[in-house]
Design a protein around this ligand. Structure first.
Ligand SMILES: NC(=O)C1=CN([C@@H]2O[C@H](COP(=O)(O)OP(=O)(O)OC[C@H]3O[C@@H](n4cnc5c(N)ncnc54)[C@H](O)[C@@H]3O)[C@@H](O)[C@H]2O)C=CC1
Ligand SMILES: O=C(O)C(=O)CO
Length: 341
């Protein structure tokens, strides 16, 4: 048992009446590093299926609960709060992003909301770099060529991509994951880093020689653009047709943040018309993309099924923090990571 779990585990014993335990609903199976803690301290129902519960089923299952542990695919809003009843104390999101939760509405009702920052920063930055390489170096076309048995010979004029070395990387949203991505690219490939942010980032400036620029300048100067903002009203669809037409024709666009920051029709046009070179996406809107989404078929669009935080270490640590947040909220104690509106 870690120090943090000791701190947050409510003091229930086996002898204690199960009915006195707080009631919680966990909307999907999560690593036992967190789930075991929750099961030891609460009366807990875990949604057993691979697909998320529908909003109606989610509300029904959470009804009468003191706490819920949610995923980024669960919408937690006023309708949900109305449906589940006034005893709900805490919503613990198994993610750092919490755009699926109406935090203002939760706060108004005295419900605390937790998230899982930091422990997935490196894993997600690694996927951002993987996407830069995959999209920039035509890995989809190369792989499909091999899988379809079209590989005939060494091709001097095919599968020609973009170098990272010495190029300019534009980070949109220089937060935890933005900085970690920039660090990899600056020290790994000697990339020049520019960024947009809501405030100056002196640590990124001094550690990486980075400079804060306007959004328009970032679009115009970057060879690689990597998005790391949270999804909020300001960032929603910030990558529209004007943004893509402001980019270099060799630009590689990478998004590991949220699909909602991109106008996907505009992205599809930019990729088809050669306005930009390629895109690498770990996130889309919706997830999954519809089967007939044209983005699925574009050879210069490399799409992953939202796996940024998908390492054993990150997911275990996320589960532990999410469990600690949930148990702390049930006891009315401060959460390890609480978010505010
Ligand atoms: N693909 C994946 O599996 C994962 C995706 N994410 C996404 O990445 C996001 C970022 O995570 P962190 O770096 O931990 O969060 P963070 O809060 O450290 O960084 C977000 C940054 O974006 C900035 N920002 C917000 N609005 C902006 C705007 N209009 N223009 C420029 N910058 C703006 C914020 O000031 C902040 O510095 C999460 O909110 C989540 O949506 C996070 C983890 C895994
Ligand atoms: O944590 C997040 O916000 C994710 O997108 C998945 O880890």
């Amino acid at each position: 048992m870690t120090a943090s779990s000791r701190q947050f585990a409510p003091h229930f014993t086996d002898q204690e009446d199960m009915h006195n335990r707080p009631k919680v609903f966990v909307t999907r199976n999560i690593p036992s590093a967190g789930l075991a803690k929750i099961q030891a301290a609460t009366t807990c129902e875990v949604w057993p299926e691979r697909m998320p519960p529908s909003p109606d089923v989610l509300a029904e299952k959470a009804s009468g609960c003191d706490g819920v542990l949610t995923l980024l695919s669960d919408r937690i809003d006023a309708d949900f709060f109305d449906a589940v009843g006034s005893q709900l104390k805490v919503v613990s999101n198994f993610a750092v992003g919490y755009n699926n939760i109406d935090v203002a509405e939760a706060t108004k009702r005295g419900i605390v909301v937790g998230n899982t920052p930091d422990v997935l920063t490196d894993a997600t930055a690694d996927i951002a770099v993987a996407l830069m390489l995959a999209a920039g170096r035509c890995l989809r076309e190369g792989l499909e060529n091999v899988v379809r048995k079209e590989w005939q010979t060494w091709e001097p004029m095919e599968f020609i991509g973009q170098d990272l070395s010495g190029k300019t990387l534009g980070i949109v949203g220089m937060g935890r994951i933005g900085h970690a991505t920039a660090k990899r690219c600056h020290f790994g490939w000697g990339m020049n880093v520019i960024y947009t942010s809501r405030s100056d980032k002196p640590e990124s400036d001094s550690e990486l020689g980075a400079s804060r620029v306007t959004f328009e300048q970032l679009l115009a100067d970057s060879d690689f653009i990597s998005v790391h903002t949270d999804l909020n009203p300001e960032t929603s669809k910030m990558f529209d047709s004007a943004a893509f037409s402001g980019m270099k024709s060799n630009a590689v666009f990478v998004n590991t943040a949220r699909g909602g920051v991109v106008d996907q029709d505009a992205l599809q046009k930019a990729l088809t018309n050669g306005e930009i070179f390629a895109a690498g996406l770990d996130v889309t809107e919706p997830e999954p993309l519809p089967d007939d989404s044209p983005l699925r078929d574009l050879p210069n669009c490399f799409i992953l099924p939202h796996i940024g935080s998908g390492t054993v270490k990150s997911r275990d640590a996320m589960a532990e923090i999410a469990a600690d947040n949930l148990l702390a909220g049930l006891e009315g104690k401060p959460l390890r990571h609480q978010v505010t509106a």
